[in-house]
Write a protein that binds this ligand. Sequence first.
Ligand code: CA
Length: 350
Amino acid sequence: MTRPPSRIRVLVVEDSAFNRRALTEMLASAPDIEVVAKATDGDEGLRLALTHQPDAITLDLGLPGLDGFTFLRLLMAKAPTPVVVVSAYSRKEDVFQALDLGAVDFIAKPTRRISRDFLAIREELIAKVRNLRSARKGAHYDDIDVPAASVHTPRKLRIAVIGASTGGPPAIEHLVRALPPQLPLGIAIVQHMPAQFTRTFAERLARGARYEVVEARDGDFLGTGKVLIAPGGHHLTLVESESRVRAVVTRRDTEKYVPSIDRLFDSAASLAARFEVAGVVLTGMGDDGKEGVKRLSSAGAMTIAESEESAVIFGMPHEAIRTGAVRQVLPLRGIAMALARFGRGTDKVP
Ligand code: CA
């Protein structure tokens, strides 16, 4: 006789009584999830986290007492626990700071207190809490120091395409920040994320990077020193146009993953005959990028997946590796080094 898997024990930290009740009801409606405790401020949240040792925490960032950021710092130091941030749309920037402090994922709160809006996030919330089971506890990215280029760099544009899902934003931040300037490298990134957050993400990346980072618009050129972020709710693909590389941004609502890593990688594979191309699959749940790495590898591009050592969720990289089409499996630090070598042209692409 097989034992049923134990339920996911969740702590809800939320000061609004309405939201607390709504979150609890939504979570409790899933047969495999149990709300073991509820906290109305950060201090109580931390105390309950230490006493109950839940499998997962939902965290509102705007809290009386200990604020959400301090809560995360102390939690990750004392009892690393996977956290999904429940955020207001008005606090987009805070979400990325929370992710950098060790939160695994986030969900945007409905803007109005109407039960139908809350029902709409029920499935998303439950799916994200379930994903936390696969998250590595206390996963955290350190700053990466890539030595500055001192060797010959090729002048022709080299293209790196990067895909990430859960756990991706801080990984991408550390990766892009680490890349030395003056490489003839253009980067296109798909990070699975709700539509209204990708611009804030691009702006945050732009502040810390030595590259020009923008949320991609249809027709943008991908040049040296440029990073294009796929806008949420849209696909980003690359095409060659008069020996330059141009972004095509299209709206699609019906597919499983929007934006799609497979689509971006597919388009990059068709550029591989004319440009040097590298594809990178970072942390995430699911299998987006799996088909894309096969296409890239067949086209002769370099393919890299994040190793279990650094991935917050070793789901997507694992699926990519299982195809046999990934040539290098590296922790994030190693990926930064490999991309710098690729940009310098000192990494032979067979
Ligand atoms: Ca609040």
